[in-house]
Structure formats: C-alpha cells, structure tokens
Ligand binder design. Structure first.
Ligand SMILES: NC(=O)c1ccc[n+]([C@@H]2O[C@H](COP(=O)([O-])OP(=O)(O)OC[C@H]3O[C@@H](n4cnc5c(N)ncnc54)[C@H](OP(=O)(O)O)[C@@H]3O)[C@@H](O)[C@H]2O)c1
Length: 302
C-alpha cells in the first residue's frame, strides 16, 4: 500500500475503518469537519490535513465516508468542493450510503476532472467495521477497483465489483431495505408471541436458532435481550435510507409497498422521541402498537 491515502469523514463508521488502514501500515491523512474526532486517528499515526481541499490535492486515493447526499455534495461538489482539487488519474472511493442520483452527479464531475470514481458502500455495522469484517460492494472502473483492492481488504473481509455505473448504490439500498425489514419482522413476531404467553428471551433464543436466523439477527440478539439500543445505526439513518430506497424505486417504476409502509414506522419512532436510538428500536414499536411493553413477560394491555 504505497498510495497516499486521504480520508474524509470520521463518524461512527469512518473512525474504525480509517483506523484499520493505519493498522495495516498505510500512509493515511485524515480530515473531519468536527476536528476532535480526528484524535484517535492521529494517535494511531495518521496525519491531519487542514481542510478537505488540501487533502484532496495530495491524495492518490481519496476516501469519503459521510452521512448523506447533502454532506457528499457539500464536501465534494460546488465552488468550495474538494473534487476539483484532485489530480488527474487519482481515485475517489466514496463509501457513504447515498442516492444513485447524487452519485451520478459526482460521477459526471469526476469524469470532467479525469478522476476515477468508485462507488463503494459497505454492508455491516460499527462492530464489523472495528473488526475489519465489512462487505464492500463497488461499482465504477474495474481497473481502479483492482488497484485499490488491497486497501479495501484492510478494512473489509469481502469486496465485490458489481458494475461500472451506479449498481453498487442500488445494491446497498436494497440490502438496507432488507435489514430494516428484519427489525420489523422480529418486532411483529415478538409482539405476537409475547401477547400469547411466550417469554421474550426464550423467543429470541429460538429465533436465533431458527431458519430465519441470519448474521444480522445473530448479532442483535444480546442487545435485544438487554433492550440495549445504543445506536450502531440510528433510526434517522434508516429513515434516510428508506427515503433513498423509495426514490430509487419511483425513478425505476418499481412498486415497493412494503418499503413505503415501513417508512412510516421510522417516522413513528422519530415522533416518539427515538430518533437517535438504534434502528432495532423498531421491535419495541411493534410491541407498543400491540398495547404492550417489550419487557412484559405475559402481557396484559398497558
Ligand atoms: N453506522 C452504520 O452501522 C453504517 C453501516 C453501513 C453504512 N453506513 C453509512 O455510512 C455513512 C456514515 O455512517 P456513520 O454511522 O459513520 O455516520 P455518522 O456517525 O453520523 O458520521 C457522519 C460523518 O459525516 C460527516 N458530515 C456530515 N455532514 C457533513 C457536512 N455537511 N460536511 C462535512 N462532513 C459532514 C460527519 O462530520 P461531523 O463529525 O463533523 O459531524 C461525520 O464524519 C452513512 O451514509 C451511513 O448510512 C453506516
């Protein structure tokens, strides 16, 4: 890994991902809007850039891991955007979950400046980011993908190249839709079980050993038993992704009634004051809708 790597965006995911690059001995320079979040990276040997533009100009490979469309636009595009500072032939790897629409805008500008652009969102949680076990799905020029593959390998367990345009964006949104559905289906199953005399922990143990168990279900079981909603991925973040899913569906004339209905549940949680809780708080929404508390053992209406 001889490339000079730039990293913009040190949130819940960006910090552990960039730390894994430092741990692999890469030459990493970071920038984050809130400067204090750079500290763990500096402690791990990363350099600190004074701003995104300076970092873009000096990077062979520039990574971005930002909240949403607005953040990506603000950091990369426009008069003050960092994209125009990158040198011709450099590689931009955006790992944020953003819409195919904003990603196409980035692609167009990147093309104008002779940059190679990889849309590279990730599947996995903060815990998987920490252990370097994320899954990367990338689309864009295959040559650039092959060039950065060893860098991606330092922060992820699996890397897939899925197309040369916005395919990775669509795939990521599709996967997150299924992740969101998982919270809802467990919630409705628990509500039904609890109201009919089943014990919550017993149910979760059996679900975890059943045909519907998945890696996601597996690593959420303990948190669900403990009713621990420390956010790995917040309700507001999932609401944002469902907006992107529905927008992509509309643009492609793909009816998505389940996703549309579920989007309202995220609003319900936000209205209930759970915006910053982990999205698995949805299980409690389902039990509340059934007139119960999630921790009730044999439920009577609350
Ligand atoms: N958390 C997960 O489990 C997970 C899993 C897979 C994918 N993702 C996706 O990965 C991305 C990052 O997620 P995260 O959980 O790390 O989010 P996060 O903790 O909210 O971090 C967001 C990052 O974006 C930066 N940012 C936001 N608006 C900005 C702006 N206008 N200008 C400059 N920087 C801005 C933040 O800077 P400040 O520190 O200054 O606020 C921060 O570095 C999101 O697209 C998310 O959907 C998350």
């Amino acid at each position: 890994m001889k490339s000079r790597i730039g990293w913009i965006g040190l949130g819940k995911m960006g910090v552990p991902m960039a730390l894994n690059l430092c741990g692999a001995g890469a030459d990493v320079t970071v920038f984050n809007r809130s400067r204090e979040k750079s500290r763990p990276l500096c402690d791990a040997g990363a350099n600190l850039a004074p701003n995104a533009s300076v970092l873009a100009a000096q990077s062979d490979v520039l990574f971005t891991m930002l909240s949403d469309d607005a953040a990506l636009r603000q950091v990369l595009l426009g008069d003050t955007g960092a994209l125009k500072e990158m040198r011709k032939g450099a590689i931009l790897v955006d790992m944020s979950t953003v819409s195919p629409t904003v990603s196409s805008e980035v692609a167009e500008i990147a093309n104008t400046f002779g940059l190679r652009y990889l849309r590279s969102p990730v599947s996995g949680s903060v815990a998987l980011a920490e252990s370097g076990a994320l899954t990367v799905m990338a689309s864009g020029p295959i040559g650039a993908f092959e060039e950065v593959r060893s860098i991606l390998g330092a922060l992820s367990a699996r890397q897939f190249h899925v197309g040369d345009q916005e395919q990775a964006r669509v795939l990521k949104l599709s996967i997150n839709m299924m992740v969101g559905f998982t919270a809802a289906m467990i919630g409705e199953a628990l509500a039904l079980g609890l109201k009919n005399g089943l014990d919550r922990t017993t149910m979760l143990d059996v679900i975890g050993a059943s045909a519907v168990a998945s890696p996601l279900v597996g690593y959420k079981l303990d948190a669900l038993k403990a009713q621990d909603y420390t956010p790995a991925f917040e309700v507001t973040q999932m609401a944002k992704d469902f907006d992107l899913i529905l927008e992509a569906g509309r643009k492609s004339a793909v009816p998505m009634p389940m996703a549309a209905q579920m989007r309202e549940g995220w609003s319900e949680l936000i209205a209930d004051g759970d915006a910053e809780q982990d999205f698995f708080k949805y299980v409690e929404l389902a039990t509340r809708r059934a007139g119960m508390r999630f921790d009730d053992r044999r439920e009577t209406a609350a």
